[in-house]
Design a protein. Structure first.
Length: 251
């Protein structure tokens, strides 16, 4: 018999079941693991945990994700975690997470629709970071609201491109004066980029989108055979805010 959340005994079982659900959401593509995208949970008996983490009762595992090629958000995870009293399932995506994804995102983003997702239980956060080649080097602290942040990048999307070292100074000054970064970010940016010969910088003006289902909702939807459809529905809401119909990804 196919297992479901109601038969899962612990967080590890739920973690595995989330992978099965992702395979049902995107059956034509493999579910992949992202070694840099970590999840944590309490699992004291796990002998593979690092010493300090084990003493605190935490274990780290890499997350699995669904692939959405040629989208503004190409890696999307369905995962579970313990809450204060029970467990929850989360849907996480990061549109604009690279230069190419950001260009696609800000070209068609509908600001009102995106910011309106919070009325439908989505949480949205800014996720501006600076990368070198494919490695994220610095995550910065923006003082802008999500709406201010998205409007800034929509209006200045022509500046989303790889920067050579002579371009660093004026862009850093512009980001600082606009509230995209804080003064406390400067030292780390200089250490990671400005003090390295022949360095390039990829500004990645992404966002973090997260939808959460409490366990009772998950169990209700799954008992009715609807949870995969519910996940697809929430993904569709998010994708439509940047003008993309994710129905093209369903078989």
């Amino acid at each position: 018999m196919e297992s479901d959340f109601s038969t899962c005994r612990n967080d590890e079982d739920r973690f595995q079941h989330c992978q099965r659900i992702m395979r049902q959401v995107t059956p034509s593509r493999k579910i992949r693991v992202h070694v840099g995208w970590q999840r944590w949970w309490t699992e004291l008996e796990d002998k593979k945990a690092a010493g300090w983490a084990r003493r605190l009762g935490y274990v780290s595992r890499s997350k699995y994700y669904m692939e959405f090629p040629d989208s503004a958000s190409q890696q999307i995870a369905l995962d579970c975690e313990d809450s204060d009293t029970d467990w929850i399932v989360t849907l996480e995506l990061y549109p604009g997470d690279s230069i190419s994804q950001a260009k696609r995102f800000y070209e068609k983003v509908k600001v009102d629709a995106l910011c309106g997702l919070d009325e439908f239980s989505w949480s949205i956060s800014t996720n501006f970071h600076l990368a070198h080649i494919q490695k994220n080097m610095v995550y910065v602290k923006s003082s802008l609201t999500v709406r201010q942040y998205v409007e800034y990048w929509r209006e200045n999307r022509g500046t989303i491109h790889q920067l050579s070292k002579p371009e660093f100074g004026r862009n850093i000054e512009r980001w600082l004066s606009s509230g995209l970064i804080s003064q406390s970010d400067i030292a780390l940016i200089e250490k990671k980029f400005c003090n390295i010969q022949n360095a390039t910088m990829n500004p990645c003006p992404g966002l973090g989108l997260r939808f959460t289902w409490p366990s009772n909702d998950v169990l209700k939807y799954e008992s009715a055979g609807e949870f995969v459809l519910v996940v697809k529905r929430e993904l569709s809401k998010a994708f439509l805010t940047w003008g993309q119909n994710c129905q093209e990804f369903w078989p």
